[in-house]
Design a protein around this ligand. Structure first.
Ligand SMILES: Nc1ncnc2c1ncn2[C@@H]1O[C@H](COP(=O)(O)OP(=O)(O)OP(=O)(O)O)[C@@H](O)[C@H]1O
Length: 289
């Protein structure tokens, strides 16, 4: 559980975080979404006790992180994946972290395996690709087997295979009952992984919602060579909005199943019958405008 209460932070004249309140619950992935410069990293740094707020507070598991006796067992964070000693091997980097935080050394090989870096464990982290550094950063975050994970743009630098891998990993961590906060500036990417969404812009809370609510159904797309005739049929059977354009109709007010049945009854050939969802990117632009 993460609780952010009336958190504010300024850098000179710039208000990076402005009276922000939200919480992050266990057992789900919470997407922390906002355009560049919205204050996501600053908020995460304050949750982690790396920056001091001007006002408000952030608590993890009911306490300020600085007051937790073994922070790496409570919270794992991926903030800046580049922050590794370039001439240290991946395994040595993790060993140092384990020793300095009094964590089990055997956990090092477990997390290397978990992030798919076993074969590269002896290589200098300085020579790693961005994607490999992200994996190493995640390994470090998972070292203490923490109940809370805070990941800043974890998809950055990953190739398509890596993106699918990290989505699965993140969802798995939440399914184990952990609290997972993942930042991104990409709505579509976040919607694939997250259940809940905290949306911020210019440091302020814009929406505390669910992916379900944002990606609401938005009519049914029908393609047919008989668009005009079928549009009339649909209207007489209760469709509220039918907008024919060429061979396409967007139908509102009738269920997909009903539209299919009417097409069969009227002998109308269908080339497509697809339920539409509101475009996530549009919803995001709308929210943050
Ligand atoms: N150390 C700093 N000194 C001065 N200004 C800063 C500092 N850190 C952040 N800011 C400013 O605070 C605002 C919020 O930045 P922050 O990095 O938290 O946003 P973000 O949502 O994480 O953006 P991005 O997606 O680009 O990483 C920006 O205007 C940024 O320029």
């Amino acid at each position: 559980m993460i609780e952010v209460t009336r958190l504010s932070k300024r850098y000179g004249d710039v208000v990076a975080v402005d009276d922000l309140t939200f919480d992050v619950k266990p057992g789900a992935v919470t997407g922390f979404l906002g355009p560049n410069g919205a204050g996501k990293t600053t908020t995460m740094r304050m949750i982690l006790g790396l920056d001091a707020p001007h006002a408000g507070q952030a608590r993890v598991l009911g306490a300020r992180l600085a007051d937790l006796p073994e922070p790496m067992r409570a919270v794992g964070a991926l903030l800046d994946a580049g922050a590794v000693h370039p001439r240290r091997s991946a395994r040595d980097h993790l060993r140092c972290l384990a020793v300095s935080n009094r964590l089990e050394p055997r956990r090092v090989d477990e997390v290397l395996d978990l992030v798919g870096l076993t074969a590269a464990a002896h290589r200098h982290a300085g020579g790693f690709s961005l994607g490999m550094k992200q994996r190493l950063g995640l390994a470090a975050a998972l070292l203490g087997d923490p109940g809370v994970l805070i990941l800043d743009e974890p998809v950055n630098g990953l190739d398509p295979e890596g993106i699918v891998w990290i989505r699965t990993l993140i969802r798995g961590l939440a399914a184990e009952g952990r609290t997972v906060l993942v930042s991104s500036h990409l709505m579509a990417e976040t919607a694939v992984t997250a259940d809940r969404l905290i949306v911020v812009a210019r440091g302020r809370l814009i929406a505390d919602t669910t992916v379900e609510a944002v990606a609401r159904p938005d009519g049914v797309l029908v393609r047919t060579p008989e668009a005009r005739r079928f549009a009339q049929v649909l209207v007489t059977h209760g469709a509220s909005g039918v907008e024919p354009a060429g061979d396409e109709l967007v139908v509102r007010g009738l269920a997909v199943r009903r539209i299919g049945e009417l097409a069969a009854a009227e002998g109308v050939v269908l080339h497509e019958l697809t339920p539409r969802r509101a475009s996530l990117e549009e919803a995001f632009m709308e929210l943050t405008r």
